[in-house]
Design a protein around this ligand. Structure first.
Ligand code: MRU
Length: 348
C-alpha cells in the first residue's frame, strides 16, 4: 500500500556526516545537527540528543560507518581491531537498551569474511543502512499488528516516546496511532509526561499532534485517575530490553502503569522489534538499569526545583515482570501471555 504519512525522522546518513534531529531541543526548536566524529556520536547518545532503543542502535551503526573513514591502517587485521575498539567505545554510552549492542555487533560481524579494507568499508556502511531500512519495515508491521488489538474510538495510554523519532520511522508503541490516521480509524491517546526528562510531553505529544492524532497530555501522577475517569481501554509502551521470559525494561514509570492495568483489568501491551529481545538473559533481574544524573530530578530545564545537596535516586528504566504483560507485539506476530515458550514460538 502507499503510505501517506510524513513523520519526523531522527537520523539520516549523509556519507561524510550523520544528520541528527536534536531531541533535547524539541518541541520548541526543530533542528538537525551534524555529527562528524565517533565522539560526537557517543555524546549525542549520552546526552539524549538521540534516544529510544532502535534509534540509538541505528545512530551507533552509522557512527562506526563514519569513524572508519579516518582509519589510518594498512591491513584488514588492523582495520578489524580499530572497528572493534570503536564498537566498545560506543557500547559504553548507555547500558540498558540492547538494540545498541545488537546493532554494533551486527555491523562488526558484517566484515568477518572481508579480505580487503575497501571491501570492509563498503560492508560496514551497507550494514548500517540496512539496519535502518529493516527497522522501518519492522515498525510498520508492529504498528499493523498493534492496531488489530484496538477498536474504533478506543482510549489508549502510553508513556515515554516509542515513536518515529525513537526508531527508523513509524515507531513501535506509537506506530498504531500513526497508521490509524492513514486508515481513518479514530483513537484517542493519553500521553504521560514522563518525568524526569519529559519524553512524553516534549516528544510524544509533539509527534502525535504533528500527525493529527487525538492526543491528551497528563502528568505521570494522573495515570490512575485518568484510567478511571476517562475510561482507558488499554496501555501500550515500547521496550529497551526484553529477557527470555518476557520481563521487560522500559522507561521509568512503565512498571507502575502495568500494575494499574492489572488493577483496572485492562490489557497492557509492549510493542518491540525482535532486536529488543535479549534471549541470553533468563529474566529481567539481569537487565542493567541506567542511573542518570541527579540534575535531571533537581532541575526542570535550567530551573532548580529541589534544595541544594538533596540526595537523589534517578533510575532511567524499570522492569515489568512478564506476568503483568498481556502481549508483546513484534514484527513476527503477537506474543500473547509472554513466557519462554510463547516467545520462542513467535520469534523462531
Ligand atoms: O531514555 P530513553 O528516552 O532512551 O528511553 C526510551 C524508552 O524507554 C522507549 O520506550 C524505548 O526505548 C522504546 S523506543 C521505540
Amino acid at each position: 500500500m502507499t503510505h501517506t504519512l510524513t513523520l519526523p525522522r531522527s537520523v539520516e546518513w549523509k556519507e561524510t556526516f550523520i544528520s541528527l534531529l536534536d531531541q533535547q531541543l524539541l518541541p520548541n526548536t526543530v533542528e538537525y545537527i551534524k555529527l562528524h566524529t565517533l565522539q560526537d556520536v557517543w555524546d549525542a547518545i549520552v546526552t539524549l540528543k538521540v534516544r529510544g532503543a532502535p534509534a540509538i542502535g541505528i545512530t551507533a551503526a552509522f557512527g562506526l560507518a563514519l569513524s572508519l573513514q579516518n582509519y589510518d591502517v594498512q591491513t584488514i587485521e588492523e582495520f578489524k581491531k580499530k572497528l572493534q575498539a570503536d564498537k566498545e567505545f560506543l557500547a559504553s554510552s548507555r547500558p540498558t537498551a540492547v538494540n545498541l549492542f545488537w546493532a554494533l555487533e551486527r555491523v562488526v560481524n558484517s566484515i568477518n569474511n572481508a579480505i580487503s579494507i575497501n571491501e570492509a568499508k563498503t560492508l560496514v556502511i551497507h550494514e548500517a543502512i540496512q539496519i535502518q531500512a529493516e527497522d522501518e519495515a519492522t515498525c510498520y508491521r508492529i504498528g499493523d499488528y498493534a492496531l488489530s488489538l484496538f477498536n474504533k474510538h478506543d482510549r489508549v495510554m502510553t508513556i515515554c516516546n516509542a515513536g518515529s523519532i525513537a526508531t527508523a520511522y513509524y515507531g513501535t508503541a506509537l506506530a498504531p496511532f500513526h497508521i490509524s490516521k492513514e486508515r481513518d480509524i479514530p483513537l484517542k491517546v493519553f500521553a504521560c509526561e514522563t518525568r524526569p526528562v519529559l519524553q512524553g510531553a516534549r516528544l510524544t505529544a509533539w509527534e502525535l499532534q504533528k500527525s493529527g492524532v487525538d492526543v491528551t497530555l497528563i502528568t505521570d501522577s494522573m495515570a490512575a485517575h485518568t484510567i478511571k475517569t476517562k475510561g482507558i481501554n488499554a496501555i501500550i509502551v515500547g521496550a529497551d530490553r526484553i529477557a527470555a521470559n518476557g520481563d521487560t525494561a522500559n522507561k521509568i514509570g512503565t512498571y507502575g502503569l502495568a500494575l494499574l492495568a492489572k488493577a483496572f483489568n485492562i490489557p497492557f501491551y509492549v510493542a518491540a522489534p525482535k532486536s529488543t529481545f535479549d534471549l541470553s538473559i533468563a529474566s529481567g533481574a539481569e537487565i542493567p538499569i541506567e542511573e542518570r544524573s541527579a540534575k535531571e530530578i533537581t532541575h526542570i530545564g535550567d530551573v532548580q526545583v529541589a534544595p541544594d545537596n538533596i540526595s537523589v535516586y534517578n533510575p532511567a528504566f524499570d522492569v515489568t515482570p512478564s506476568e503483568f504483560i498481556t502481549a508483546i507485539i513484534t514484527e513476527h506476530g503477537i506474543i500473547h501471555s509472554p513466557s519462554v515458550d510463547t516467545i520462542k514460538l513467535v520469534l523462531n
